[in-house]
Design a protein around this ligand. Structure first.
Ligand SMILES: [Zn+2]
Length: 124
C-alpha cells in the first residue's frame, strides 16, 4: 500500500511539473508582469545583439543622431543598453529580435532596464 501511495504522489508531482511548464510560472522577482519591480523613467526600442542566459541579460542596440557643431551636420551613434530578461521571456526572445525596454531601479551595476515586450521577430 505504501508503495502505491508513493507512486501516486510521484505522479501528482510529475503532472504538477508539467502544468508549471505549460503555464511557464515565473518566479522572477524582477519580472515587470509577475514580479514586484516598478517601471519608471525612459523607454527604448532596440535590436537584441547579445543574449546571456545564465545572467538573464540581453544587450540591445539602437542608432541615434548627434549634431556636430563644427561640421553643422548629424552623425550616427550607437547606444547600447544592458537589460534584464525575465524568466517568462527567456525562450521567446532571440538575438536579432526587436524588443522594448523600460527603465527600472538599478538591478545590478550594469543593468537598470528590463525587457517588457517583443515587438518584432528577427527579419529573415
Ligand atoms: Zn514573468
Amino acid at each position: 500500500m505504501a508503495k502505491e501511495r508513493a507512486k501516486e504522489k510521484q505522479k501528482e508531482k510529475e503532472t504538477k511539473q508539467k502544468e508549471n511548464q505549460k503555464q511557464k510560472i515565473c518566479n522572477d522577482k524582477n519580472c515587470p508582469i509577475h514580479g514586484s519591480i516598478a517601471l519608471r523613467g525612459r523607454k527604448f526600442k532596440g535590436i537584441v545583439t547579445r543574449k546571456h542566459i545564465k545572467q538573464k541579460k540581453v544587450t540591445i542596440e539602437f542608432e541615434r543622431m548627434v549634431f556636430i557643431r563644427k561640421y553643422e551636420r548629424f552623425a550616427k551613434k550607437i547606444t547600447r543598453i544592458h537589460a534584464h530578461l525575465p524568466d517568462c521571456m527567456q525562450d521567446e526572445i532571440a538575438v536579432g529580435d526587436v524588443v522594448e525596454v523600460h527603465e527600472t531601479r538599478p538591478i545590478s551595476k550594469m543593468i537598470h532596464f528590463v525587457v517588457t515586450r517583443k515587438i518584432k521577430s528577427k527579419a529573415k
